[in-house]
Design a binder for this molecule. Structure first.
Ligand code: NAD
Ligand code: ZN
Length: 369
């Protein structure tokens, strides 16, 4: 029998997003939401917007941006680091006007950066001070999340993932305070996502739930969310047009429910390997997941088969051999940045995960990707 000492607490007292609006065109509600929230006129909103929209701001409709509001276009070329977030905080310091709201508009990267900024504005300090569990002391600035690509579930979770460059640790501010206060889920906004990016990020929702359903910390609520997510992902990724109006709507729901699912449990073997690819080789989360999925037959055989059906049906390119010819130092780093994820690995393999995932085995798995 497997004993689970490391994360024996398992399920805690779960908090969900309190308010969300769903539907095509719902981004037009942002103005009235912010108007209800701003108590003192004159205070400002801080917009963190995916850099894709810098040249296409009009495609977001009429945003209620006024005089002194701050707009920051978030760099999505690399995934968020603590340095990047700290740098943004420096640029916000010294302003006279106090922010009443932080609005994040974009993918997982932008939504996570907005969460981190909201927490830091009220808690002070540096992003790395809050990487871990329940370290954020007080609620952040009121925040609204508006996803523009579906899959990560970042809109629904209590974390915001960042890498801390000095240690290579990829970990978020896991806290109830990190949850968005309000979501606007508008499937019209995902229309412009390129096909392969749509697939890579969308697959994150499927993978979160595959891992949740195969873990030791399954629970009835998480299972119900996950089952529905898998069903929606099958409908979308085995269909002829994954970006039809109906499928963009379904994937947005799957992303949100997938976030709710992992929030009740943990991911599994794949995400630690994917994190290794991101930290050591700079490969983005969605693509890194798809590359890692290829090497997961031992752990998730049926799901890997189904994944290949989806890849083939949609004619998606999954790079192979990315870890074939690395140097010793890189393999060591890949090992370290994978094995560090004790909670998901315990969820997947039990307390003895280190005797299953030996250093040699981990290197072999990376080489087989
Ligand atoms: P992303 O936010 O990095 O965006 C991917 C690409 O899509 C970018 O080039 C972006 O500019 C572009 N894009 C976004 N919306 C677009 C649109 N409407 N039209 C055209 N292009 C658009 O990617 P992602 O996969 O959503 O997020 C990955 C990040 O999310 C990683 O940093 C990962 O660690 C994090 N993540 C967080 C959680 C969480 O619970 N907080 C969960 C999973 C992943
Ligand atoms: Zn993920």
């Amino acid at each position: 029998m497997v004993t689970l000492m490391i994360i024996e607490a398992g399920l805690k007292n779960n908090k969900n997003i309190l308010h969300y609006i769903f539907g095509a065109g719902s981004i037009s509600e942002l103005g009235s939401i912010l108007a209800r929230t701003s108590i003192n006129k004159g205070r400002i909103a801080i917009y963190l917007i995916d850099q894709f929209f810098e040249a296409n701001l009009g495609s977001l409709g009429q945003l209620p941006i006024s005089g002194k509001d701050v707009i920051i276009y978030v760099d999505t070329k690399s995934e968020p680091t603590t340095h990047y977030v700290n740098g943004l905080m420096c640029s916000l310091m010294g302003r006279k006007e106090e922010p009443f709201a932080v609005v994040g508009i974009g993918g997982g990267t932008t939504l996570d950066v907005a969460k981190a900024i909201s927490n830091l504005l009220t808690n002070g300090g540096h992003a790395e001070d809050y990487q871990g569990w329940d370290l954020v002391r007080i609620p952040g600035v009121y925040k609204v999340g508006i996803p523009t690509i579906s899959g990560t579930g970042a809109e629904a979770t209590r974390t915001c993932v960042m890498t801390h460059p000095p240690t290579g640790l990829k970990l978020g501010m896991n806290s109830d305070h990190t949850l968005y206060d309000q979501l606007i889920l508008d499937p019209e906004l995902t229309k412009t996502v390129p096909l392969e990016q749509y697939f890579y990020t969308g697959m994150d929702a499927y993978i979160h739930c595959v891992e949740a359903l195969n873990g030791h910390y399954r629970n009835a609520v998480g299972d119900a969310y996950s089952g529905q997510v898998i069903k929606l992902c099958r409908e979308v990724f085995l269909s002829d047009d994954i970006r039809s109006d109906e499928n963009r709507e379904k994937l947005m729901v799957a992303s949100y429910l997938g976030g709710c699912a992992v929030a009740t449990t943990y991911v599994g073997v794949l995400h630690p390997f994917s994190a290794g690819l991101s930290v050591v080789l700079g490969i983005h989360h969605g693509l890194a997941n798809c590359i890692a999925m290829v090497a997961m037959s031992e752990f998730y055989p049926r799901e890997v088969e189904e994944f290949w059906c989806m890849v083939q049906k949609q004619n998606i390119h999954i790079p192979r051999g990315v870890c074939k010819d690395l140097n010793r130092r890189q393999y060591d780093l890949l090992y370290e940045s994978t094995i560090i994820h004790k909670k998901p690995l315990t969820n997947a393999l039990g307390d003895g995960f280190e005797s299953i995932l030996t250093k040699d085995k981990i290197e072999k798995i990376f080489r087989s990707m």
